[in-house]
Design a protein around this ligand. Structure first.
Ligand code: GLC
Length: 739
């Protein structure tokens, strides 16, 4: 428990600021990373590049000497470090800061713990498809336990960027296209990382990123400019950050992009007026890597010094780079270009977070034994398997092909992602190791009976040409079923991984077509970090299992679904386009005056459908659910009231299953055109065969508003339609009036 009560630490902060030299204050507002001594004759940046593209293995990377800046720590010039991993190393450096520096201010150790630490969970986009906020909170909690045991105090997560553009690689890191769902998930992940008590040894600081609207870059190209109305910004992209602040998030990270011409990192409206003034955020804001300096490249500052000044005066408290604030602030503070009070306020916010974490009273929160006991423990692996199963979305299941029997005579497993550990981890699995992964091939072999023959061949690379597939086709022709595991590598999504096309890379589609010619049932398992355009697969595969990148328990989770040990319950949180030409495409689009239709002069394409391949909220089960008897508690409601919506859901199939009942609303006439549907409630239920449940969802009428042309949040009177169903395209309909 944090011994410093709020009053104490405000006094202690004032005392510290009074004592701190200018250099010590600037040390607090800089986050340094251990710089890599040149190895393999490369510069540190070249090293990182080779690590990212896989030319240097993580194991080799770990062995490279690093400069941990011990001297600067001893001089009290470092307040935070990124990328220090391991209880021993962090305690060693913390000891220098606390016991050898003049004021003994502890260091914050940060790292990208995005979807698990060593126990790597499904990528965030996959977890979101479970529609289980409490389970996502649990996986974030486990990530915090493992990371804190390894000396980490602060994760640069959760990523809260709503995105409607599958070309953008970082769609993998978020919670999809819907603001309502993304806001609920934001709060869950923050609470998971931070726990009930931030000063607990198992809690780590969360960081709501990337503030804001980073997921709406022009062309889907990472880091590109963002231009939108203030109404769209406040209705679609800001709410998950407000939810994170309400959940108590300790830090926020500014985004690389500009919004309407002003970079987020130097944006006073965003960092001060909205985040602190409107939302009441009381933590600190860290830049994204080097994003302060890049404001000069944006052309928003003549030189880097000016960018630094604009950033800290806009409300940016900490610079995530080795040189910008550290080099640009001293002279501007000494000559009064920047007021020292501005610096003091940034330092105050950072020290306040360190006190809230209890770091001054308890700077050494872990040790080697604790680290070894917690990492990858069985309890964590069990949760990883359950989260992975629940993240899977069944997109097609012709003639109830799935689940497969475990005693089939012969199964042909084909594809470049079947016997692959690395690419099951997905993007941002910094500490994850491929040897920790249960591959899909292993999971299948483990699940089937001992006398079932499982034959495997890669068939082709993820990118590049098909191998000689004569033997592959022979084996497939002689099997009872073909399980083809295709998709993307981990590097094809995540940061700086936008794709101009979102088809299956390489020759994988050609491989599927060859397999399809055998006439055998073709089960396609997708491994990918974004929605893909898969019209041929949708038309020709017998079954399609969207498995995303499920982390260390991938193989077991996918086998659980393929062989019926778990009935898939996941639903899409990002629309699957028919073609990349439709992007950006999303379910909650406004009506137009000429909605897409059959006649010429309507909003359609002449060479393809306007509708997506699979809509938001879509996902099949091994059973069926019937919706009936929808009713509302009233047909006229006031703005400050709640409406209870009920519907009967029946399991009309032969096996038990879970259904995510979704509630959408449409404000038919308003002072600004409104989306044809907006998710405003959901409930996940389990039903046994034949069981019927009356599901009730309470609708808070005040959540039906939007920002009007004067930027006031309004709920307008008039007719609203309400839909309840299994996805954003189907369901029962009723209507009510707001009066
Ligand atoms: C990267 C990412 C950000 C990450 C940071 C530290 O550039 O944009 O999400 O947290 O740098 O690794």
């Amino acid at each position: 428990m944090n011994k410093s009560s709020k009053k104490d630490y405000e006094i202690r902060i004032d005392e510290l600021i009074y004592k701190m030299t200018l250099a010590e204050k600037i040390g607090q507002v800089v986050q340094l990373s251990p710089s890599l001594f040149g190895a393999f004759g490369l510069t540190p940046d070249e090293l990182i590049e080779k690590l990212v593209i896989g030319e240097i293995s993580p194991e080799e990377f770990e062995k490279i000497d690093r400069n941990y800046h011990e001297d600067e720590i001893r001089q009290g010039l470092i307040g935070a470090m990124g990328g220090v991993i391991g209880a021993e190393k962090s305690n060693e450096l913390q000891k220098i800061a606390v016991e050898e520096s003049r004021l003994g201010i502890p260091i914050l150790f940060g790292l990208d713990v995005i979807h698990g630490f060593r126990t790597v969970f499904p990528i965030p986009l996959a977890e979101a498809c479970s529609w289980e906020p409490e389970l996502m909170r649990e996986t974030a909690r486990i990530a915090a336990k493992e990371a804190s045991a390894a000396g980490i105090h602060w994760t640069f997560a959760p990523m809260l960027d709503v995105s409607r553009d599958a070309r953008w690689g970082r769609v993998a890191e978020g919670a999809g296209e819907d603001t309502f769902l993304a806001s609920i998930i934001a709060a869950s992940r923050v609470k998971g990382f931070q726990g009930e008590d931030l000063s607990s040894d198992e809690s780590i600081l969360a960081c709501a990123k990337h503030y804001v609207a980073y997921g709406a870059p022009v062309g889907g190209r990472d880091y590109n400019t963002v231009d939108m109305s203030l109404q769209a910004l406040h209705d679609i992209y800001l709410p998950p950050f407000e939810a994170a602040v309400q959940a108590g998030v300790a830090t926020v990270m500014s985004a690389f992009n500009d919004i309407n011409g002003v970079p987020c990192t130097t944006n006073k409206y965003l960092l001060t007026d909205v985040l602190r003034g409107m939302y009441g955020f009381d933590g600190f804001v860290v830049s994204d890597a080097n994003s302060v300096a890049e404001c000069a490249i944006h052309g928003y500052a003549e030189a880097r010094k000016e960018a630094s000044k604009k950033a800290i005066e806009a409300g940016l408290d900490m610079d995530m780079s080795k040189g910008t604030f550290a080099e640009d602030l001293p002279s501007q503070l000494e000559d009064g270009t920047i007021s020292e009070e501005v610096l003091n306020e940034a330092v105050r916010r950072i020290l306040r977070v360190k006190f809230k974490m209890g770091l001054f009273d308890n700077p050494y929160r872990t040790d080697k034994d604790k680290e070894e006991k917690v990492i990858l423990c069985n309890e964590h692996l069990k949760v990883a398997r359950d989260m992975a199963r629940r993240s899977i979305v069944l997109l097609k299941n012709e003639n109830e092909m799935l689940p497969l029997k475990k005693n089939l005579k012969k199964i042909a497993v084909v594809g470049p992602l079947a016997d692959n550990g690395t690419d099951m981890l997905g993007t941002w699995a910094i500490v994850g190791r491929s040897e920790d992964v249960v591959t899909i091939l292993s999971g299948i072999k483990e699940a089937v009976d001992s006398d079932t023959e499982v034959v495997y061949s890669k068939g082709c690379e993820i990118e590049g040409d098909k191998e000689e597939i004569k033997k592959t086709i022979e084996d497939a022709s002689d099997s009872d079923v073909i399980i083809a595991v295709v998709g993307e590598s981990s590097e094809m999504s995540g940061e700086a991984a936008s794709r101009i096309d979102i088809n299956l890379p390489g020759k994988q589609l050609e491989l599927l077509k060859e397999l399809h010619k055998t006439g055998k049932p073709l089960v396609v398992v997708l491994v990918n970090g974004r929605p893909l355009s898969i019209p041929w697969i949708s038309e020709n595969a017998t079954a399609i299992v969207e498995s995303w990148q499920l982390g260390v328990q991938s193989g077991n989770a996918i086998a659980d679904v393929l062989f019926g040990d778990y009935n898939p319950s996941g639903k899409l949180v990002s629309t699957f386009p028919y073609s990349v030409g439709q992007v950006p495409i999303y379910y909650n689009h406004p009506m137009t005056g000429r909605p897409a239709g059959k006649i010429k002069f309507t909003s359609k394409y002449i060479d393809g459908p306007a509708e997506p391949l699979y809509p938001f909220g879509f996902g099949l089960s091994y059973t069926n659910f019937e919706y009936s008897n929808m009713s509302l508690s009233a047909n006229k409601v006031t703005k400050d009231s709640k409406l209870k919506v009920s519907v009967d859901v029946k399991n009309t199939g032969k096996v038990q299953g879970e259904e995510i009942v979704q509630l959408y609303v449409y404000d038919v006439v308003a002072s600004r055109v409104r989306p044809v549907k907006e998710l405003k409630g959901f409930k996940k239920i389990m039903l046994k065969p034949g069981q019927l449940e009356t599901v009730s969802i309470e609708l808070d009428i005040n959540t039906l508003g939007f920002h009007d042309e004067n930027m006031n949040y309004v709920v307008e009177e008039g007719l609203f339609k309400i839909y309840v169903g299994p996805n954003s395209r189907e369901g029962l309909e009723e209507e009510f009036y707001v009066i």
